[in-house]
Design a binder for this molecule. Sequence first.
Ligand SMILES: [Zn+2]
Length: 349
Amino acid sequence: MSQDIDEIQRLFNIELQQIKSLQELKSLEVVYLGRRGKINLLLKKDLSGNQVDRKKLGNEINELKKNISIKLVDYRNKLIKAPDTSPFIDPTLPGISQKMGSLHIVSYAIEQISKIFASLGFIRMSYREIEYEYFSFDSLNMPKNHPGRDDFETFFLDGNTDKKYGKMILSPHTSSCQIREMWRTPPPIKMINIAKCYRPNWDVSHTPMFHQFESLCIDKRINMTNLKGTIEFFVKNFFGKNRQIRLRPHHFQFTEPSFEVDITCDICSGTGFKSTSEKCRVCKSGWLELAGAGMVHPKVLQEGKIDSKIFSGWAFAFGLERIMMMKEGIKLDDMRLLYSGDIKFLEQF
Ligand SMILES: [Zn+2]
């Protein structure tokens, strides 16, 4: 039995020297002095001897227990007083700031436009980016030989040609949504559709992917006055009161009468010149074409299964990037920058 006591003491001394934290020390204390610890096990084992031996061994075990307790307390004090070797933290230093993300300037414009039209009661709809020729051209009164249907102007997709709706294309304008909207719901219709469009062009004022937003309004007694008022409301809210607009007669297949909406160029303040000798790269004349608009052609209403003798409507389409470039305070003279992925450029907005 004495041998057991010596062995426990020896093992305890070795294990104690390996302890590095208060938590480890607590575990060691449980192993030796706990209810089912080594000392208590020894006491239970001891019950079988004669009375003299039992008393002697009991004293020895108590001595061992006392010794271990003292050593544990000493070691605990030693650990508490030990110098802290963890890295120095200065709580007075400024923290590492997290970089804040923000919306892309185009996404921001989409939000603004949606809000302006929502305030007039227009519902925002979403339609297909991959369309059939019928919805982009035929249903909009555009004949087979229309230049917009050339592959210099429209992306045609490899795929099945539908007997009724023709070839599949990347929607070249948001007007593709007009017939789908007329089929979706009978008048009154007050809709805007802000979407990606695709055309194979690449220069300072064109990118192959761009955005348009289309508005369609059909009801009884809808006329040009409603159209002009809606465009003016939008322009005043989006660009501010300093910018001038003009309406210019034009021809579109899907509206009659039709016109284009122009706005004064912000790069050259409507003069057409960037400096005394250099012409403005964007407008060349002081005016920028902003939108195409007009009263929905009766043939288009007919394709949309709407009686043109009862209902009339107007539609217009704005180029969203053009709007960005013409917005006050944004001196942007190359549209391609918007999709260059250049963080330094985008962080300015
Ligand atoms: Zn200009």
